[in-house]
Design a protein around this ligand. Structure first.
Ligand code: FAD
Length: 375
């Protein structure tokens, strides 16, 4: 009987989990190292578009994910109290807009991974890898594999052990992300099942993305320029945010004192692989979150990686083919995300043109056999 191939993966985020599942489904044995003490998601809410949903369907997590997610049919933009744009999102338009808590998305994918027999090691800090296919831990251990996957996020040690970082650019904005109760009654009349993109008329540069996640939970993404220390302060300056967004006072009052202000960046590598090591997800291609495609792209590329190593006989050739196939759309998505942020397209209600929806409508590698739109 042929020996089963083995993968060692650094990082149990969305990229690491999807790569692990997709490889296990192709007959590989897989071990995932996670630096944290437990397997869980960080952050508040998340958008998943049609491309990400197709990946979830391919790995068997789709039904669980949509069961606890919210489908908002309209993305509305308001400046002050004035609506300036409404964009419908439906399967018939080529993409749905599903929103959910990060923990729900993570738990749904993790359940599939645990059923697939993947070995998880928590409190396992990866400090590097070798081109020959070894993953190295802080404790001095080395794990050998046919394929090593660096899915250890934007500060990836796997990546940095090969000096692959070519470009790292910071964005002028950052975001405080929180989950609060929906407070429908307190918000008063209006369609509060939509995603609503509020831009302040009185405080230029401040934005609140109002995102229902399910019947109870609301995700608020509160964007403020890095150069505005008061609006980006934690604990949140409720007085500033309520005066900028009076219509949202009931939900802003619910925001607890903790939370984080995250600035974000775009990263590009000279190449996505060295020898038997592939770098995927934010470790390889972090992007400005304007189009809500960082995790979607990470999951697409993780699935495509498993397809590539299944199709090509040698790991190095497979990784080169994978990068050739996946990188152009990834860089396009990074560019469009940066462009939309720089040109303030969403503030003008012009964010969802066809160029910016191209990634959402893309049929990811490994999902071609699925119906379009999904059932
Ligand atoms: P991560 O989620 O960072 O996972 C990396 C994992 O590796 C973590 O579990 C970490 O603990 C572990 N790790 C790190 N270092 C080590 C180590 N040395 N050893 C072992 N383990 C390690 N994307 C969307 O698709 N939709 C959205 O709506 C969206 N909104 C966003 C909003 C904001 C404000 C931001 C900043 C990002 C947003 N994104 C969104 C992007 C998305 O969060 C990321 O692209 C995605 O989480 C990347 O997944 P990943 O698995 O590559 O990395």
């Amino acid at each position: 009987m042929a020996r089963r191939k083995h993968a060692e993966i650094a990082g149990a985020g969305f990229a690491g989990l999807v790569a692990a599942i997709a490889l296990a489904q192709r007959g590989w044995t897989v071990r995932v190292h996670e630096i944290g003490p437990e397997l869980r998601a960080f952050g508040a809410g998340i958008f998943i578009w049609e491309n990400g949903l197709r990946v979830l369907k391919a790995i068997g997590a789709y039904e669980a994910v949509i069961g606890g997610a919210h489908e908002a049919m309209v993305y509305e933009t308001r400046r002050g109290d004035r609506p300036i744009a409404e964009v419908p999102f439906t399967a018939a338009r080529g993409t749905r807009m599903l929103t959910m808590t990060r923990q729900h998305l993570y738990a749904s994918i993790l359940a599939v991974a645990q059923n697939a027999g993947i070995d998880f090691v928590t409190n396992s800090e990866i400090v590097g890898a070798t081109a020959e296919g070894e993953l190295l831990t802080r404790e001095g251990r080395s794990f050998r594999a046919d394929l090593v996957v660096g899915a250890d996020g934007v500060k990836s040690k796997t990546r940095d052990s090969f000096n692959l970082l070519r470009e790292r650019s910071a964005c002028a904005d950052g975001i405080v992300r929180v989950l609060t109760p929906r407070c429908r009654n307190e918000l008063g009349a209006g369609n509060w099942d939509r995603v609503i993109d509020f831009w302040s008329a009185s405080h230029p540069g401040l934005r609140v993305l109002y995102v229902p996640c399910n019947a109870e939970a609301l995700y608020l993404a509160m964007m403020a320029p890095v150069r505005d220390p008061e609006a980006s302060a934690i604990p949140l300056r409720q007085d500033i945010w309520i005066s900028a967004f009076p219509a949202l006072e009931p939900v802003i009052r619910q925001v607890s004192a903790d939370g984080r202000y995250d600035a974000y960046e775009t990263t590009r590598l000279s190449r996505w692989s060295v020898g038997r090591v592939a770098i995927v997800g934010d470790a390889a291609h972090a992007m400005v979150p304007t189009l809500g495609q960082g995790a979607g792209t990470a999951m697409m590329n993780a699935l495509a990686l498993a397809v590539a190593v299944e199709e090509a006989p040698g790991t190095e050739a497979a990784l080169a083919a994978w990068e050739r196939r996946a990188r152009p759309l990834t860089e396009y998505t990074q560019d469009r995300s940066e462009h939309a942020a720089r040109e303030r397209l969403f503030e003008k209600g012009e964010g969802w043109g066809p160029e910016n929806l191209r990634t959402a409508r893309h049929i990811p590698t490994g999902t071609e056999h699925l119906p379009s739109p999904l059932d």
